[in-house]
Design a protein around this ligand. Structure first.
Ligand code: GLN
Length: 489
């Protein structure tokens, strides 16, 4: 599959133009078919997508945007006007977004066609896409396995060929983990690069919108479109947006690769370790300077992330009380009962656990001991990572410790939290990080993470392009049999 094969959903039109409507219809049919098997989409917007395709066809050629006709899927915690926006939670089961998130507005303006909204863990809290109230998403590569999370729906939609690209959110790894488990690219941009307006907040100082795609080219195109300051999000930063598409088309190895140490890799299972070293060797054999770096300690890293993320979640989710937002359960008629019953009925176990954890660490007596300590640890982690990298250099990390587990496998309490050991680093630091397919282990996709200093997404994209072209690059898995069938030329 060439880098441009999935670029447009347009199929040749008899008149020589592009029949965006036919291509969109074919994608929708394919999305419906895969959805029966893997449950990637929560809502397919056939009417809206076809109407958008019709409008695009009537557009004069010189008014076409860079994503003209590109079908995309959007994680269901990102507002798409008129569509259900549930964040995978029963508390929002009846909510429809009355407006577009800024990223959605920008996609539409560039000519993308939004096919629908995709599944996630409830309020994006999780690593498997199993806790949403409408049920789990299956991994298209191995449907008896988890897809990773929390942006499992977007990743599955891309990997199954329903869409070439999708938007997810990444608070502590939610774009990168499912990308790695499905053999596609997924980027978490620098904190502040992309507007969060219209995103249902989980942990605001971590949340970033990210992009997933099977080709780097489309990933970069979508990133270019959604990036840039937004007056409606005060945490978005007014900085020039580089040409990410050009960077992805210009393979360049980084000045040095700073790989995490053997001790850090020790928590991986043996096949994952071998796959990681294979990736490192590919850089080495291409002549890249390699340094090794001991990551900040796992326990501190995971604890800092979960303390802060839960604290922020507990205040962000306070609004879902059946009065300001969310489905209301009346109880005995008193206000207190309605509040209690609405929240009890509305939230799943994991979300409730995190709200309780977050409320505890913010309460008097624990605030200094726990919350303030986590804030200090976060700063120390950011400083260490900054100290490890010079501009133009990249950190190389694993993403997952093991292959994706079977949906039927039981898991221990806290197991998924420990599995976030690598991905939460970029989130704590606010640095950009890119999941890059790096072959397989146990016959399942394996991905590595490249992390850069803030605002260096172009270095990430050029390095990923170079890495993907290196000898030894195991052919990318052909997980998207549908690409052609779904209307790509
Ligand atoms: N697995 C992490 C968590 O549960 C990250 C989730 C995310 O990035 N949204 O918080």
């Amino acid at each position: 599959m060439t880098a441009t094969a999935g670029r447009s959903c347009g199929i040749p039109h008899p008149s020589g133009g592009l029949d965006v409507t036919a291509a969109t219809a074919a994608r929708l049919d394919h999305a419906e078919a895969i959805n029966r098997r893997i449950h990637a989409f929560l809502h397919l917007d056939r009417d809206g997508a076809l109407a958008a395709a019709g409008r695009l066809e009537r557009q004069p050629a010189d008014a076409r945007g860079s994503l003209f006709g590109l079908p995309v899927a959007v994680k269901d915690n990102i507002a798409v006007r008129g569509l259900p926006s549930t964040s995978g939670s029963a508390v929002l089961r009846n909510y429809r977004a009355p407006y577009d998130a800024t990223v959605v507005e920008r996609l539409r303006r560039a000519g993308a066609v939004i096919l629908g909204t995709t599944n996630l863990d409830e309020f994006a809290m999780g690593s498997a896409t199993t806790t949403g109230f409408r049920g789990p998403t299956r991994n298209p590569v191995a449907p008896d396995r988890i897809v990773g999370g929390s942006s499992g729906g977007p990743a599955a939609a891309v990997a199954a060929g329903a869409v070439p690209a999708a938007l997810g959110t990444d608070t502590g790894g939610s774009v990168r983990l499912p990308a790695a488990h499905t053999g596609i690219f997924g980027i978490r941009p620098t904190y502040g690069r992309v507007s969060r307006f219209g995103i249902t907040a989980y942990a605001s100082s971590f949340d970033q919108v990210g992009c997933l795609a099977s080709d780097l080219h489309e990933l970069a195109q979508v990133l270019s479109v959604v990036s840039g300051a937004d007056p409606r999000d005060a945490t978005s930063i007014d900085r020039e947006v580089p040409d990410f598409t050009a960077a992805a088309a210009r393979p360049a190895l980084p000045r040095a690769v700073v790989a995490c140490s053997d001790e850090d890799i020790g928590i991986l299972d043996a096949p994952s370790r071998t796959a990681f070293f294979r990736a490192l060797r590919r850089f080495e054999e291409a002549g890249t300077t390699i340094r090794r770096f001991r990551l900040p300690e796992a326990v501190t890293t995971i604890s800092a992330y979960y303390v802060l993320a839960c604290a922020e979640a507990s205040s962000n989710l306070a609004r879902f009380d059946g009065m300001r937002y969310g489905s209301r359960v009346a109880g005995d008629g008193t206000l207190a009962a309605a509040f209690r019953e609405s929240r009890t009925a509305g939230f799943g176990d994991e979300v409730r656990l995190r709200i309780l954890l977050g409320t505890t660490v913010l309460s008097q007596g624990y605030r200094d001991a726990i919350y303030a300590a986590a804030t200090a640890a976060r700063k120390a982690i950011r400083d260490r990572l900054s100290g490890a990298l010079e501009p133009g250099e990249l950190l190389l990390l694993p993403i997952a410790r093991t292959s994706p587990r079977r949906l039927s496998d039981p898991i221990e309490a806290g197991e998924d939290y420990e599995g976030d050991r690598f991905t939460v680093l970029a989130a704590l630091a606010g640095f950009p990080a890119l999941a890059v397919p790096a072959g397989e282990r146990n016959g399942l996709p394996f991905g590595v993470e490249l992390m850069a200093l803030p605002w260096q997404e172009t270095t990430l994209l050029s390095a990923a392009a170079a890495f993907s072209a290196l000898p030894g690059a195991t052919a990318q898995r052909s997980t998207s049999p549908s690409r052609g069938a779904a209307g790509a030329p």
